[in-house]
Design a protein around this ligand. Structure first.
Ligand code: DSN
Length: 495
């Protein structure tokens, strides 16, 4: 009995073995394709037509519309190739030459190349500056930088969010700490002057004396002027604070040398890589090396930020770096040193000034009366239109922008401004004359919004309802959308 049972098991095992072998051989010979043609080598188009169609629809939307979101851009084909490469397969916790996984000999070279190019793009001396290129994006880079500089509960001062600061600079309300910067650190905001819309450096100076911040952040997300880094530095020296710039929005302009650079004055500089810089989505942290200060007795106090920054990124906040993004950053940094890039950034500024001027000619109020950079803020309070309605009407005619607070806005949830930027349109090759047309199209859209609001009253839901139900508005929006699309489709798109 016992022997028979063993024999039966052996036969069964053998059958299973042959069966398994057959399945493997069948699939190798393509027998499995009878039920499906899909293999790991099949393109998205075949594997997932639904998703493929959505990706294509988004590509069409980007091409036929006008992209005025100040933080967006159209990256290069070389960057897209890096993002879609085999580099996404690899784990590489640690730094070049000191990884926690094997097989990183090529990845090491890519990361070192990326670091080198980051320093070159901003004309930095590698004995005075180092860079970590692993942050997943700008918000993690900022929290990692605070952690490196001050540790938990350290004191941070950044520009108030409704005044143009970023969430990751310490957003909180009276009731709640909202972003990691305010949850894990003690934050106190500085502000803009409500009359001029410009940063109130005197108020910052007074608040810093009182709050004694460990870090002061010179950085913005919706502020149309350049920053006075020298002034920031004086205030940080007076309070023994680190000065950190978050140059995410302006890093392309800085690399091209068309606006003042934060590097002369700052201890740490963070940036995203996908805005004016036109790279992949990613983040970078530059940190100073060498002598920080000299004591009265002549002793050098050295920076010790390198290990602190690297440890805050990994293992502090992150796991495996996104190697495809790091390669994309390297590709973007190479392009950032070209004359074409410098010319592009000059045109971004010219176009933004033109947009401000053209909108002023149509009667719009521009915060701070103009712009020094790639973005501007339209204050819609004089025409009594909310940013939400403006954003909605423009989106419905294929013009993308975002609602934004303007100085003095009563509610950050229902702001009375829109933010417009020229990086993406300039990538498509637009010049001043084209921007005049863009301003006119925006104006036409906002005029329709004002007409609709006369009937709908102030509520956004009623406003949307009128626009989608009244045949007169449906027709006007259809005609204007066609005008926008016909205009936009003439322009180049990297693909
Ligand atoms: N979301 C970006 C912006 O639009 O400014 C900042 O992270």
């Amino acid at each position: 009995m016992y022997l028979r049972s063993i024999l039966r098991s052996l036969v069964k095992a053998q059958r299973l073995h042959y069966l398994n072998k057959f399945v493997v051989m069948s699939s190798q010979n393509g027998f499995c394709s009878k039920t499906s043609d899909v293999t790991l080598s099949s393109p998205l188009e075949t594997v997932d037509p639904e998703l493929y169609s959505l990706v294509n629809q988004e590509a069409q939307r980007q091409k036929k519309g006008l992209e005025l979101i100040a933080s967006e851009n159209f990256t290069s084909v070389s960057v897209l190739q890096c993002l879609g490469s085999c580099l996404t397969n690899k784990y590489s916790e640690g730094l070049p030459g000191a990884r926690y996984y094997g097989g990183n000999q090529i990845i090491d070279q890519i990361e070192l190349l990326c670091q080198k190019r980051c320093l070159e793009a901003f004309s930095l001396d590698s004995s005075l500056w180092g860079v970590n290129v692993q942050p997943y994006s700008g918000s993690p880079a900022n929290v990692e930088a605070y952690t490196a500089l001050v540790g938990p509960r350290g004191r941070i001062m950044g520009l108030n969010l409704p005044d143009g600061g970023h969430i990751s600079h310490g957003l909180m309300t009276q009731k709640k700490r909202l972003s990691a910067a305010s949850i894990f650190f003690e934050t106190m905001p500085y502000h803009v002057d409500l009359e001029t819309g410009l940063i109130d450096y005197k108020e910052l100076e007074k608040s810093a004396q009182m709050f004694k911040p460990d870090v002061i952040i010179a950085g913005v997300t919706s502020y149309p002027r350049t920053l006075d880094y020298k002034r920031f530095k004086e205030i940080s020296i007076a309070n023994d604070s680190y000065l950190m710039a978050d140059m995410s929005h302006i890093s392309g302009l800085v690399a091209a040398g068309v606006i003042p650079s934060p590097f002369e004055y700052c201890d740490v500089v963070t940036s995203t890589t996908h805005k004016t810089l036109r790279g992949p989505r990613g983040g970078i942290i530059f940190y100073r090396k060498g002598i920080r200060s000299v004591t009265k007795s002549g002793e050098n106090i050295m920076y010790d930020l390198e290990d602190r920054v690297n440890a805050a990124v990994f293992p502090g906040f992150q796991g495996g770096p996104h190697n495809n993004a790091i390669a994309g950053i390297a590709a973007a940094m190479k392009l950032a040193t070209t004359q074409e890039f410098k010319d592009y950034q000059k045109q971004v500024l010219i176009n933004c000034k033109q947009l401000a001027e053209s909108l002023k000619q149509f009667g719009y109020k521009i915060t701070t009366d103009g712009t020094d950079v790639h973005m501007l803020l339209v204050d819609l309070r004089p025409i009594n239109l909310t940013g939400s309605k403006a954003e909605y009407i423009l989106q419905s005619i294929e013009i993308a922008c975002n609602k934004n607070t303007v100085p003095g806005d009563k509610s950050a949830m229902n702001p009375y401004g829109i933010r417009l930027g020229t990086p993406a349109l300039t990538t498509r090759g637009m010049k001043e004359n084209d921007i005049m047309v863009v301003a006119e199209l925006i104006h036409k859209g906002l005029c329709i919004a004002l007409e609709a609001q006369k009937i709908s009253g102030p509520k956004l839901a009623n406003f949307k309802n009128i626009l989608s139900s009244d045949p007169k508005f449906i027709e006007s929006l259809k005609i204007l959308t066609k005008e926008v699309e016909t205009f936009a489709e003439q322009f180049y798109m990297p693909q």
